[in-house]
Design a protein around this ligand. Structure first.
Ligand SMILES: Cc1cc2nc3c(=O)[nH]c(=O)nc-3n(C[C@H](O)[C@H](O)[C@H](O)COP(=O)(O)OP(=O)(O)OC[C@H]3O[C@@H](n4cnc5c(N)ncnc54)[C@H](O)[C@@H]3O)c2cc1C
Length: 472
């Protein structure tokens, strides 16, 4: 049996990789990665600089790991829909094995590839591995999808047994000799017209493992209390690893519960609960592929978002005059990461204080986040804008000052990313406009671009009017 194992960018690992293990147990294995123009044309690569940097690191690490096991990662350049069937035929493979993706465009691509392979009498086998369970498998009592997180998570914990992770193969057979192939190599950031950002996390399976070990040893206990604090390192920072699959969600799930047991101060369960938020967003997108284009709450369609370009620019650059919002925007641009609480505050501010469409914010985040993921990012933005899956109605509007004071009580997060406020007394750090004139005038920092009380009222009345109009 000769198998092609198609690594697709969300499974850049050798451990807990069922397609690889299965292929290795059946005979010859050809590991392949396609530099698809969809991501690797220089136009497209510019739209995802941090994700690309992490992906290239992870590919190099995968290349090393496969070599270490006795095999090799072949790299081909072109469109996967054309290349996979073409190479499978050329190399006379019996089957193509890969992990399933959740996104609608990927599902459509898989159907096309499957049809081409079937016409060649080559099997196409897709495996689970991106999520903890199988998207679409957790159902409510009437057999439908869950639209709210808590009942979803309860049903998941009741009905799904998260499969234990598989080991990496001990060794792999060498690539079959005489393959007709002029391979490409992993591109450099330079060749894609991108600059390396030293503050972006390093990708790769080994790095992922060491981040996981560090988190489990140092931070998981107390996670429940600290995870909302923007000023401390209280979270795992494993989101990009999960996104690119340098670590599988199943591995992390079991490592977390294996570490201290579930009952120890509730932190392990609190952490697993966040993994379930990830799971929820993937299950949602599976059931509602239109989510990437339309709001979950249909009544929000046609919402009168405003095109205020000056406000948009101020938000993107971190110059809104609200320190916690600005710290989030600058953390994104500088490091490719934003703390979850800061994402919620920042997204709420853009959509509710500035009335700018969540879809604009969503694309900006997709551009700069290293962990930018269609399902999770979309769910996070829709939740924050009030049009997504949320038990609460649209009128939760974060107050950026009280949020800052609660979750960045000493102002350390703000000082780190908004250094022009570093010398400000803690009492004014989240509302510099209140500081005495003398210290305020020395700051090169704008006044708030919108008043909180005014913005809150404005959003509530616009939303109320729109939703009333939409009611049948
Ligand atoms: C507006 C907005 C946009 C977001 N965009 C993304 C995105 O593109 N990619 C992404 O991975 N996460 C996204 N999130 C979720 C969350 O902010 C990040 O997963 C988290 O901040 C990553 O940090 P961490 O790995 O230290 O998280 P931890 O607190 O250590 O959590 C562990 C893992 O659980 C998952 N997770 C945690 N919180 C959430 C959540 N609220 N929703 C879904 N999954 C979660 C992540 O995979 C995370 O790595 C977004 C949230 C919001 C509000």
């Amino acid at each position: 049996m000769r198998s092609m194992v198609w690594f697709r960018g969300k499974d850049l690992r050798v451990a807990d990789h069922q397609p690889l293990l299965e292929a290795a147990s059946q005979g010859e294995v050809i590991p392949l990665f396609v530099l698809d123009d969809f991501f690797f044309s220089s136009e497209r690569a510019k739209e995802l600089p941090h994700r690309m940097q992490f992906l290239l690191d992870s590919l190099r690490s995968l290349e090393d790991n496969l070599k270490h096991l006795g095999s090799r990662l072949l790299i081909a350049s072109g469109r996967s829909v054309d290349l996979i069937p073409k190479l499978a035929e050329l190399w006379k493979v019996d089957q193509v094995l890969a992990h399933r993706w959740t996104e609608p465009f990927a599902r459509e691509r898989d159907l096309r590839i499957e049809a081409s392979l079937n016409a060649l009498k080559i099997r196409f086998r897709l495996f689970e591995g991106e999520t903890l369970g199988t998207p679409g498998s957790v159902r409510n009592q009437s057999g439908g999808m869950f639209g709210v997180f808590t009942p979803f998570s309860k049903a998941f914990l009741r009905d799904v047994r998260v499969a234990p992770p598989l080991s990496a193969p001990k060794s792999l057979p060498p690539i079959p000799s005489h393959l007709d192939f002029v391979g490409a190599s992993i591109p450099s950031m330079d060749s894609l017209g991108l600059k390396t950002n030293p503050r972006v996390q390093t990708g790769g399976e080994r790095e992922a493992r060491s981040r996981m070990k560090h988190f489990l040893a140092e931070s998981i206990l107390g996670y429940g209390d600290r995870r909302n604090r923007m000023d401390v390192e209280g979270t795992s920072r494993l989101s990009a690893d999960l996104k690119f699959g340098t670590l599988s969600a199943r591995t992390l799930w079991h490592a977390a519960s294996g570490c201290y047991g579930l009952n120890h101060d509730g932190s392990v369960r609190a952490f697993q609960n966040e993994l379930l938020w990830r799971e929820f967003s993937h299950h949602l997108l599976w059931d509602r592929p239109t989510l990437l284009k339309k709001p979950f709450r249909e009544a929000f369609e046609g919402f009168p978002w405003e095109d205020d370009d000056a406000a948009w620019k101020a938000w993107c650059q971190g110059r809104t005059g609200y320190p916690i919002v600005d710290a989030a925007s600058r953390q994104l641009l500088e490091t490719g990461f934003v703390h979850n609480r800061a994402r919620m505050i920042s997204a709420s501010f853009l959509t509710k204080h500035l009335l700018i469409s969540y879809q604009r914010g969503e694309s900006h985040y997709m551009k700069y986040l290293t962990d930018g993921d269609w399902a999770q990012n979309n769910a996070g933005w829709q939740w924050s804008a009030g049009c997504g899956c949320d038990a609460q109605p649209y009128f939760r509007i974060f107050n950026p000052v009280t949020q800052g004071e609660t979750f960045d009580p000493n102002g350390d997060y703000v000082r780190r990313f908004v250094p022009e406020l570093a010398s400000l007394e803690t009492k004014w750090i989240h509302q510099p406009w209140g500081a005495p004139d003398k210290s305020r005038k020395q700051l090169d920092y704008p006044d708030p671009i919108v008043d909180h009380v005014f913005a809150r009222q404005r959003f509530l009345s616009v939303a109320k009017q729109h939703l009333a109009k939409e009611k049948p």
